[in-house]
Every structure is written in C-alpha cells, then in structure tokens.
Design a binder for this molecule. Structure first.
Ligand SMILES: Nc1ncnc2c1ncn2[C@@H]1O[C@H](COP(=O)(O)OP(=O)(O)OP(=O)(O)O)[C@@H](O)[C@H]1O
Length: 255
C-alpha cells in the first residue's frame, strides 16, 4: 500500500471539512477522489501534502506516518502535487518553470553554485536533460523557451504536471487536472495519464469532477459529500450507487 488515509477529521473552527474519512491507494493505481463542491477534497490533499495538520487521524506513506510533517519534507519523501488554480511563474519560460521542481534535489552546495565549480555545471546539465525528457513525454518540448503565459490553458496544466514530475515523485496528486479543458483535450489527457503512470512509474491520486474522465481513468474511487465518505470502491459500482447518484444529481448517468 503506498498511501493510507486513516480516520481523518479536519475542523476549521465550527466547520468540519473532513469527517472521519479513510481510504488507501495501491502502488501504480490511478485513484479518483470525487464529490460535489465543498465536499472536502482539496482539504484532504492539503493534509496529505502537509499543508494542513489533521484534527484527528493519520496519513501513512509506504507504511510510515507523514501527517504533521512539513510540506517540503513530504516532497522529499516522494509526494508531489498540482493545484486547482494553475500556479506557474508567468514571467518565466516553460523550461525555467519546470527547473524549479528540481531545486531540492540539486547535488551541489550553495558555495559550489556561487563559485560555479564543476559539480554545479554537471548537475545543471543532468537536470536540464531530465527536464527535456519530461517535456518530451508530455508533448511540450517545443514550448521549452516560450513564456508560460503564452501557452493555452491545457498546455499550462501540462507544464504544472511536468514541474511536479521533476521532483521524481512516487505519488502524484492532481487537483482537477481536466478543469477548463474541452472534451478533446480531456480525452487526450486521460491517455497521457496512463503514459505518465507507466513512463515515470508513479501512482496517481486525482480530484476530478468530469465523470467521463474518471470513468475512463480510475479503477477505484472515493466519493466525499459534506466531508463524509459516501462511497469507496470500484468506479463501476459507484456509478450505480444510489447515494452517489443523489449527491451528484444524476451526473453519473452521463459518464
Ligand atoms: N482554510 C480554511 N479555513 C476555513 N474553512 C475552510 C478552509 N479550507 C476549506 N474550508 C472549508 O472546508 C470545506 C471543504 O472545502 P474544500 O475546498 O476542501 O472542498 P472541495 O471538495 O475541494 O471543493 P471544490 O470542488 O469546490 O474545490 C468547505 O466548507 C470550505 O469552506
């Protein structure tokens, strides 16, 4: 088991955003976290990535507790994420945005960088080569020297995913990766995720509203509604679950 979320509760003052939620993700799985707006999905991501501490419960990664650990240490352990609202540096090129994802891995010291010693150049070369390999898999290599803002919304999302992959994660968390994309782009993205899973050997946990997308991509899902788990299991069963259908007002029928 790569990720175990055990009995997590998160309260913000009087609001219970997550109410005693548990689920687990297996290695190399593409797992979906779904539920209506405000259900608590992003809060759960923020707990897994160390941005929030749970009020109760624990999170285990490869069997070791990670709840309460600082976000950058969780990246070190092998969990990287993208955000619901794209967070790229607009005045930087696509390549430079991706290079930021490598920062913590650099194997030269600050002094070696300032003095521009050989290890600095060797490491820079290795990192750049890896960045181009990642861009190649994601089909954005041709935009390497373009400004991030000049790209379409869909391409910018891929740059964000590339930056997350630069950290060499074992678990990739994607917050609504298909948001704002047209049906053709969404279809293409689903195929890309299978490719990412296989090429980078990662497990993917994603939040998504587009049920057609989730149905194509995920074997198992967890459905949250007002912070409570109303379903956990196979996507095929989720589609026919009365409580899930009710929470989604029938959206599943179109999946
Ligand atoms: N930092 C915070 N302070 C107070 N309340 C918060 C905070 N973060 C989230 N909440 C509340 O927790 C609940 C769950 O929000 P969350 O953003 O996790 O939902 P979501 O399922 O990701 O929704 P969406 O699909 O709209 O992104 C909401 O009631 C929200 O207002």
């Amino acid at each position: 088991m790569i990720l175990e979320v055990c009995n997590i509760t998160k309260k913000f003052g009087g609001v219970t955003a997550i109410n005693n939620t548990s689920f687990h993700v297996k290695a190399k799985e593409i797992y979906g976290l779904i539920g209506p707006n405000g259900a608590g999905k992003t809060t759960l991501f923020n707990i897994i990535t160390g941005n929030y501490e749970p009020t109760e419960g624990m999170v285990k990664f490869h069997g070791q507790r990670i709840d309460g650990i600082k976000p950058y240490k969780i990246v070190h352990r092998g969990i990287a994420r993208t955000f619901q609202n794209i967070r790229l540096f607009n005045s930087m090129t696509v390549l430079d945005n991706i290079l930021i994802g490598f920062d913590y891995q650099a194997e030269y010291s600050y002094l070696e960088a300032i003095l521009r010693l050989p290890r600095f150049f060797k490491e820079e070369k290795r990192i750049k080569k890896r960045a181009f390999e990642i861009m190649d898999v994601l089909g954005i290599k041709k935009y390497a020297q373009e400004m991030a803002t000049s790209l379409s919304y869909g391409q910018q999302r891929k740059v964000e995913i590339a930056r997350a992959l630069a950290a060499s994660p074992q678990l990739l968390l994607l917050d609504e990766p298909a948001a704002g994309m047209n049906p053709h782009e969404t279809e293409e993205l689903a195929n890309l995720f299978f490719k990412i899973r296989d090429e980078f050997d990662v497990t993917i946990l994603l939040i998504e509203h587009d049920m057609k997308f989730v149905n194509k991509l995920c074997d198992r899902v967890m459905v949250l509604d007002y912070g409570k788990t109303i379903f956990e299991g196979d996507i095929k069963d989720a589609i026919n679950d009365q409580e899930v259908i009710k929470a989604y007002l029938g959206d599943f029928k179109h999946a």
